[in-house]
Design a protein around this ligand. Structure first.
Ligand SMILES: NC(=O)c1ccc[n+]([C@@H]2O[C@H](COP(=O)([O-])OP(=O)(O)OC[C@H]3O[C@@H](n4cnc5c(N)ncnc54)[C@H](O)[C@@H]3O)[C@@H](O)[C@H]2O)c1
Length: 335
């Protein structure tokens, strides 16, 4: 019989990492598939402004779950933890583009040096699989069509550049040392537990509070919106059935301009366009991201399961019902 894998999840107190851990360890909740995997899970998280221990409350008492408060750049701690695990799923990152424009240092330190610290420990301790979670933003903007996995990276924001750097280092550890590294690049996520500085929870929380929302530039920037549950199912397919040294796109959400997204959010919150402030565009704002997800569909049988209208309605309902989760966080948001 196959033994239960011991998985180290970095950044597991954040939005996507915590959804991944709740999905692995159950119980099923809003927007969650049933737990399908038997695993021992340790979360390593520094609990930055974006990390929230409450995100892990539903699994805190599960057998095989452990939370470690620490930094992926702490080589001694990382080495000890990695030596006690079989696999790593690496979500930890500074993740907000606007913050990277205000100051890039922490993005380079965590996203690049932190990833390299983990890779070194993975190599030393003969980790069997290292899943590196990345983003479609590494490719930069595409006017038409979609990037395939062999496209060159051309990141434009300091955030995207730090993620692209980490991807290249991770893939180099595969090519140079034979480490089983798998890279996922996903489109924009939405869902419950997302820190209220990213556009969807920012707009929902402001609209629920009776406030105003900022729309960048002419609102024509286009993103592919994927429910977080679909992202973590894709990650799990890559961890369990993907191939070493490969990049997998995770997409297939709903492409919307920021104007269309704003309109959907206003409708979902029962608000009018008079609540929207048109603000100066973000510096270097990429017009459109789009990834081709044929590879993960054909190789691993991935398909997104949540349609945008249902996912958005559930997400708005979650923020309505969980004010105690997000109200204390408002002072920590960047905008
Ligand atoms: N949010 C999206 O739409 C999206 C899309 C594609 C890919 N991604 C990628 O997915 C991953 C998770 O994104 P998210 O939206 O959940 O981010 P998040 O900001 O919600 O969570 C990041 C987590 O990492 C932790 N962290 C930060 N620095 C750390 C450090 N030095 N050591 C240990 N822990 C640290 C934080 O405390 C937090 O819990 C990131 O790698 C991001 O680049 C995000």
């Amino acid at each position: 019989m196959k033994s239960v894998p011991r998985i180290l999840v970095t950044g597991g107190a954040g939005f996507i990492g915590s959804h991944y851990v709740r999905t692995l360890l159950g119980p099923p909740g809003p927007g969650h598939a049933h737990a399908q995997t038997q695993a021992q899970v340790t979360v390593l998280d520094r609990l930055t402004y974006a990390g929230n221990p409450a995100n892990l409350d539903p699994v805190r008492d599960r057998p095989g779950f452990l939370f470690v408060h620490g930094d992926i750049r702490d080589a001694d701690l990382v080495d000890k933890l990695v030596s006690e695990h079989d696999e790593i799923v690496h979500f930890a990152a500074e993740s907000h583009v606007d913050r990277s424009i205000l100051g890039a240092a922490e993005f380079v330190r965590t996203n690049v040096l932190g990833t390299q610290t983990l890779l070194d420990a993975a190599l030393r301790n003969r980790i069997s699989t290292f899943v590196h979670i990345s983003t479609d933003e590494v490719y930069g903007s595409i006017e038409e069509g979609s990037w395939t996995e062999d496209a060159p990276v051309r990141p434009n924001s300091p955030y995207a550049a730090s993620k692209a750097s980490a991807d290249l280092i991770a893939l180099a550890y595969h090519r140079t040392h034979g480490l089983d590294v798998r890279v996922t690049r996903c489109s924009n996520n939405y869902g419950p537990h997302q820190f209220p500085e990213k556009v969807i929870p920012l707009f929902i929380t402001r609209l629920l509070e009776g406030g105003r929302v900022p729309l960048y530039g002419d609102g024509s920037h286009v993103r592919d919106w994927l429910h977080v549950d679909d992202h973590v199912r894709g990650v799990e397919l890559v961890r369990t059935r993907g191939r070493a040294g490969e990049i997998y796109h995770i997409g297939g959400g709903t492409e919307l301009s920021n104007r269309e997204l704003t309109s959907a959010l206003l409708d979902a919150c029962g608000a009018h366009w008079s609540r929207v402030d048109h603000v100066e565009d973000r510096k270097g704002h990429d017009r459109r991201y789009s990834v081709d997800w044929t590879k993960i569909r054909e190789e691993l049988g991935y398909r997104p399961g949540k349609d945008f209208a249902t996912g958005l309605a559930e997400t708005v309902a979650w923020y309505r019902e969980n004010r105690s989760w997000w109200q204390p966080l408002l002072g920590r948001a960047a905008l």
